[in-house]
Structure formats: C-alpha cells, structure tokens
Design a protein around this ligand. Structure first.
Ligand code: AKG
Ligand code: FE2
Length: 303
C-alpha cells in the first residue's frame, strides 16, 4: 500500500490524525516556496565542498569523515561498472562523541532557502526545546537529529526506528527514495533484542516471524515531497537515485507521557545522552526522569 498523499494539510489535522493518530503521511505541497535549486550536488559542492562531513554505513555507524567534494565525486553519478554507492553522508548537527555543532554552519547558510513546513507545529513541541526562541523553527534550531542527508544511488538507511519514540520528518530535495514502513506493533517480527532485521537480506534464524508479515507501506518519495515517519514506525530507505534530503526528529507536547515512559523504561538508552547534552544548562549530565520531567513541564506552561 502507498502512503496517503495530501496537500493543504492543517496543523490541527496533522497533529490529530498523524501525530496522535500515529499514521504516516506524505505532504506534496510542503516545499513549494522553497529554493530547491540550492540543494543540488553542484551548489552544495560549490559552497561547502571543502568542509569535512560524516560518512556512515547503511545504519548509523560512523565510518569516516571526508570533504563534501570527495564524497560527492566518489558516490554520485556512479556508472554501472562502479556499482551502487555504499557510503551514506549524514551531516548531523551534533555527534555523540564530539562536543561541537557539526552542521550548524551549513544550516545557517541554507536557512534562507527553505522554511519550517507550514503544517508542522512550532509552538506546541516538547522537542526541539533547548535553544531558546530559535529552537522550534527547524531552519534555525540547533537541536541534534537534524541532518542534511547526501547519498549516492544505491546507498541505504537500513530498517530502524527513531530515537526515544520521536517522530521524523524527511524532506526530499533531490532524487528519489524507495521506502518500506512497518507498524510499531510489528516490533517482535522486525527486532531481535537491539537488532533490526535487514529487510533485503533476512536472517530467518534471528527473525523467524519476519516471513509472516508484510510492510504496511511501500512507496517512493519524490523531489518536493515531505514524509512523516510517526513515533515508533520502522522504516527502511534506499536511494534509487543520487539524493539530497533534510530530516529531523521532534516530540509534540501531547506525546510527552510517551516520552516519559520511554525514559523511565530505558534509562540507559544511549540516545538520551544527546538529549541531556542539549538540556545541559538545565539538567545534570546523568539526569533521569525525575529531573527531566519538571523541565518539560515548565516549558509547557501556556502551550
Ligand atoms: O532518508 C534516509 O535515508 C533515512 C531517513 C530516516 O530514517 C528518517 O528521516 O528518520
Ligand atoms: Fe529514521
């Protein structure tokens, strides 16, 4: 089945039907006024070619850092003989192991060319929350998990779900991505402990139930389209052409009980380290739910 495509989506409907309703959606008119010409390999190379960026494998394991030009020259416009690109550039704001803001300069430079999607709430979010007034306009926010994804044809983000039950928005600027989406209820078929099934190369011993299920959605994201991966949904994404996207994670204030639950049940989750880092002026480095919760509650006054 394909994901429902909509236009003229109101914020209320987006929150009600898609965030709280936990239903994926593709918005086809969300990037209409954006300057997509600035999100091409040529333009990005001309502006940021010498900048060092993070190169990952097909999950989220950092492999290397390379200049943007090196990555593009090696992974874009590959010939049949060269085969598919294996490296995936995910240019995130913040990395777990370094304490500087990696992609903020590039996002600052690109700020004039896109905007906070018209249907995406800005003033009723719990996350992003940490960077003052700019924090909630995603073009200005310095929150982690905002990334510019630059990826050659054939490269892939294997099946996963996003951190601490957050939602993700993925904006497709250039090229196309083939996507498989699995409902959160299918967790026992697609996960074994911390491991996710590789949907293209299934280990049936580890994932015996996978052959009994099907993807809830199978679709291709086209340039100019924005998809919501709601909280808990598993997604597998393959670039079927050279591709440029922006993605970020967020939690709506009405989803806070779910976030609290997650933190309470997964106090050691590695991703929470990054959340704490971004709340560092407000909570201690090892803050648990008792410290994090009042912070969010205080932010919500007046929402
Ligand atoms: O575009 C991709 O490769 C993966 C996107 C993704 O996982 C996300 O936006 O959460
Ligand atoms: Fe994701």
């Amino acid at each position: 089945m394909q994901v429902t495509r909509v236009e003229n989506l109101s914020k209320e409907k987006f929150i009600e039907e898609h965030l709280l309703g936990n239903k994926p959606v593709i918005v086809t008119d969300g990037m209409k006024s954006w300057d997509r010409d600035k999100f091409t390999p040529e333009y990005l190379k001309s502006q940021f070619g010498d900048t060092f960026v993070q190169v990952y494998d097909d999950l989220f394991n950092l492999q290397n850092v390379d200049t943007l030009s090196t990555y593009i020259d090696k992974n874009f416009n590959r010939t049949e003989e060269e085969g598919r690109a294996l490296e995936y550039m995910r240019w995130y704001t913040k990395l777990k192991d370094v304490d500087f803001y990696w992609s903020d300069d590039v996002f600052d430079a690109l700020k004039p060319f896109w905007s906070h999607p018209y249907f995406a709430p800005m003033d009723s979010l719990a996350i992003p929350c940490s960077m003052g007034e700019a924090g909630k306009d995603i073009t200005k926010s310095r929150f982690p998990y905002k990334g510019l994804f630059i990826s050659g044809k054939g490269s892939r983000t294997r099946l996963h779900r996003d951190p601490f039950g957050s939602n993700a928005i993925l904006c497709q600027f250039y090229g196309e991505k083939k996507m498989y989406l699995y409902h959160p209820d299918k967790v026992d078929s697609v996960m074994n402990g911390d491991e996710f099934v590789d949907v293209m190369n299934v280990d049936h011993n580890k994932f015996p139930d996978f052959s009994n299920i099907e993807a809830d959605y199978e679709d291709t994201l086209k340039p100019g389209e924005i998809i919501l991966f709601p909280s808990g949904w598993f997604h597998d994404v393959t670039c079927i052409s050279d591709s440029i996207s922006i993605t970020w994670n967020f939690v709506h204030s009405m989803e806070l009980p779910k976030l609290y639950n997650f933190i309470e049940n997964n106090p050691e989750d590695g991703q929470l380290e990054i959340l704490r880092f971004f709340l560092k002026d407000k909570v201690s480095a090892d803050a648990g739910i008792n410290e994090i919760k009042p912070f969010f509650e205080s932010k919500l006054v007046g929402v």
